[in-house]
Design a binder for this molecule. Structure first.
Ligand SMILES: [Zn+2]
Length: 105
């Protein structure tokens, strides 16, 4: 076995969600520090953060890809975005800025 840590997060909820994603893809994984999460004590804070590990080293790359995709998906679709050229806020249903978009002379 070759264990690989693929993600660390402050939130055990996020880690549990990502574990479900990996298990759904058939990747064997487990969580470390699950029970320590939220325990206040003398352990440095970051060392308490729950960690997601894969059991097989060869799964690490795919696992990271799935994690990235899962975390991106948490950004709500259709969120407003800000135009880089004029700073205008544009509704998420539009692909381009209504102020900068070519069209009307
Ligand atoms: Zn614009």
């Amino acid at each position: 076995m070759s264990l690989r840590k693929v993600h660390t997060a402050e939130s055990i909820i996020e880690i549990a969600h990502l574990r479900n994603v990996l298990e759904g893809a058939g990747i064997a994984c487990f969580v470390r520090n699950e029970r320590l999460a939220g325990v206040l004590g003398e352990i440095p804070f970051v060392e308490c953060w729950p960690e997601l590990w894969v059991v097989r080293n060869g799964d690490a790359l795919q696992a990271r890809g799935l994690i990235d995709a899962a975390r991106d998906a948490e950004v709500p679709a259709g969120a407003d975005w800000q135009c880089e050229r004029c700073g205008e806020w544009v509704g998420g249903q539009f692909d381009e800025c209504w102020r900068c978009a070519p069209g009307e002379p």
